[in-house]
Write a protein that binds this ligand. Structure first.
Ligand code: ZN
Ligand code: ZN
Length: 600
């Protein structure tokens, strides 16, 4: 973080950097350059060495892109970063724009003349995004040119090195299925589709396939690597060999072959040769890989990542691990919620105090491996900013009569958690209670949903939203996302969201997180993870089992807004939380939980 007194100095950097970039572009006869915040694997979290957008612009948010032209430049962000961008961006160097008004490519086509040549880095652009860019520029008579090397890298003098964290095996005790078994099953699918091979670029896919984990990026335990899966039942694991101890080769099984990541181009040429048919996921694979395969003679078959569905359907060992991790995470949440109540009434507490204490409490667990995303602790009006993350400049105190929205999660060796609780600091108003209870009704609607096999997340989404819609209210995000098992906290393909067409299947784990956000006042969200399972009572129907265990704030519940069925569910859930967690709690924490979960 830049300290305020060095802000003026820091602001000169983007101007010098953008000027240097323009010189490089001019030398390559490029009229502009597109810079997304992404790396070769197109995942949610990227290593520092790939944070080129932050180096060029000074913007440190987790999503955005820039377009630099000869005489102007724009940074594209979404609404949650408006304040942060205003603080971090030199307005002389970059115009800050909303990424939908209009989208970056549309803005670009309005700025450039026919014949313009615009550079992009195909290594950090998905196949689909690259194709759309090429087509959009062609429409206005311009050209999209993949650069040979990213021009930022030559200018970025103190660019951090790529991570070299050791690779760890994810043992059968937690994975429940060997890499050999996964590779064999996926190879059969390739055979059935008459596909010779599939290339995997996303880190959670590769980690799942080979049962490996690492520490190369924040929040997700993955290793920078690629995989080539062949119809003959073998697979290449392309990874920097310096990250591998001797136990890795032995533990990978018989079907995986380790190759150094520097051999990727060669490996792609080999697999493409002879006119092979290669499957790649156009949204999850970079365009450079596609271009190498095509250059090597391959026919590309765009298909969804073949690991996505089998990874989403957790096996019994993964389910047991996720349940166990949630019991321990629930214990940490009880300690946390009690601490907030006790401490906020005796001294000044800020959002950052809450973030630090939660991390400390969770770190006591020997299986804890860190957060699964940056904790959202939004006090008062900050709670209304979806995906808000407290920083020094925005840090607020928890004030009496306000709400705190606390959304956090952890990575444990046996599972990944993601939980939101909204708590009242002091006495909540009647309106806060009404709004909280509407969100709780939406949350209970998903928790208790029963649906026929084949139903999609898109069909379930309005079950939650109806309770807000009835009052003329809504929330501008999905109701649920898939979650990995000691892997990504956001994992496809399943979601509970408007229009989502993925069928929900037994074993899938998904979040249940409706919310409500009142700009400049407060935000409310209630989030548990749920497991899709067969209905115990009705054949061919599915239902959810809630696996997150932590109390809701009873002070925020307006009893009269809940019907008998909702009240019964709430009391049964609280009893389950109490019965499961109490044996693991200190007497003081158990006593607090007894009160927090008393029937309403
Ligand atoms: Zn969450
Ligand atoms: Zn979530």
């Amino acid at each position: 973080m830049n300290q305020p007194d060095s802000k003026a100095e820091a602001l000169t950097a983007p101007r010098e950097r953008i000027a240097a970039l323009r010189t490089v572009l001019a030398a390559q006869r490029l009229d502009g350059f597109i810079l997304p915040l992404a790396d070769e694997h197109l995942g949610e979290f990227i290593p520092d060495a790939s944070k080129r957008l932050a180096w060029l612009t000074g913007f440190s948010g987790s999503a955005g892109s820039a377009i630099v032209l000869a005489d102007k430049a724009a940074l594209f962000i979404d609404g949650r970063y408006t304040l942060q961008a205003a603080q971090e961006i030199d307005a002389e160097a970059f115009e800050v724009r909303h990424f939908r008004k209009p989208p970056p490519t549309e803005w670009l086509t309005q700025q450039i003349a026919s014949g313009a040549r615009i550079g992009y880095d195909s290594r950090i652009t998905s196949m689909r995004a690259a194709d759309q860019l090429v087509a959009a520029l062609k429409d206005v008579g311009a050209h999209a040119e993949p650069v040979i090397a990213n021009p930022i890298d030559a200018l970025w003098a103190d660019r951090p090195a790529l991570p070299l964290e050791p690779v760890e095996l994810h043992p059968m005790e937690f994975s429940g299925r060997s890499a050999d078994d996964k590779i064999a099953a996926l190879s059969e699918e390739l055979n059935a589709k008459k596909i010779d091979a599939a290339v995997l670029g996303q880190l959670d896919s590769v980690a799942w396939l080979f049962n490996v984990r690492g520490r190369d990026v924040a929040n997700t335990p993955v290793v920078q690597s690629f995989a080539i899966l062949r119809a003959d039942g073998s697979a290449d694991f392309l990874v920097d060999r310096r990250k591998l101890g001797p136990e890795i080769a032995a533990g990978l099984g018989n079907r995986a072959r380790i190759r150094d990541i520097s051999e990727l181009a060669e490996a792609l040429a080999e697999v493409a040769s002879g006119g092979a048919t290669i499957a790649i996921d156009p949204d999850r694979t970079n365009a450079w890989i596609r271009d190498r395969l095509v250059g090597g003679g391959a026919t590309i078959k765009p298909l969804p990542d073949p690991t996505a569905l089998p990874r989403a359907r957790k096996n019994p060992v993964e389910i047991a691990g996720m349940r166990a991790a949630h019991v321990r995470d629930g214990r940490a949440m009880v300690q946390m919620l009690k601490w907030i109540g006790d401490t906020a009434s005796t001294r000044r507490l800020t959002e950052l105090d809450v973030v630090a204490e939660l991390e400390n409490i969770r770190a006591n667990d020997p299986r804890h491996r860190g957060p699964s995303f940056d904790t959202i602790a939004g006090a008062g009006p900050n709670g209304a900013i979806v995906h808000y993350r407290p920083m020094l400049a925005s840090n607020r105190a928890l004030e009496a009569g306000s709400l705190l929205l606390l959304d956090s999660g952890a990575q444990y060796l046996d599972g990944t958690t993601d939980i939101t609780r909204t708590v009242a600091i002091g006495q909540p108003s009647a309106e806060m209670k009404r709004h909280y209870t509407l969100v709780l009704k939406a949350h209970i609607a998903i928790a208790t949903a029963r649906f026929p096999k084949g139903a999609t997340g898109g069909q379930l989404d309005p079950l939650a939203r109806q309770h807000l819609w009835r009052e003329g209210l809504d929330y501008d995000h999905g109701t649920g996302h898939g979650v990995g098992a000691y892997l990504g906290v956001h994992e496809g393909p399943q979601r509970i969201a408007v229009g989502d067409a993925t069928k929900l299947e037994p074993g899938m784990i998904i979040s249940n997180e409706p919310g409500l956000y009142l700009t400049d006042r407060y935000g409310i969200r209630t989030e548990n993870l749920v497991l899709v399972r067969e209905s115990a009572e009705i054949e061919d129907f599915l239902e959810f089992e809630t696996i997150t265990l932590a109390p809701y704030d009873r002070a925020l519940i307006a009893r009269d807004l809940l019907d008998a069925r909702e009240t019964a569910w709430l009391n049964a859930y609280h009893a389950q939380v109490r019965d499961t967690l109490s044996p693991q709690l200190s007497e003081a924490n158990a006593a607090w939980l007894r009160e927090a979960t008393a029937a309403i």
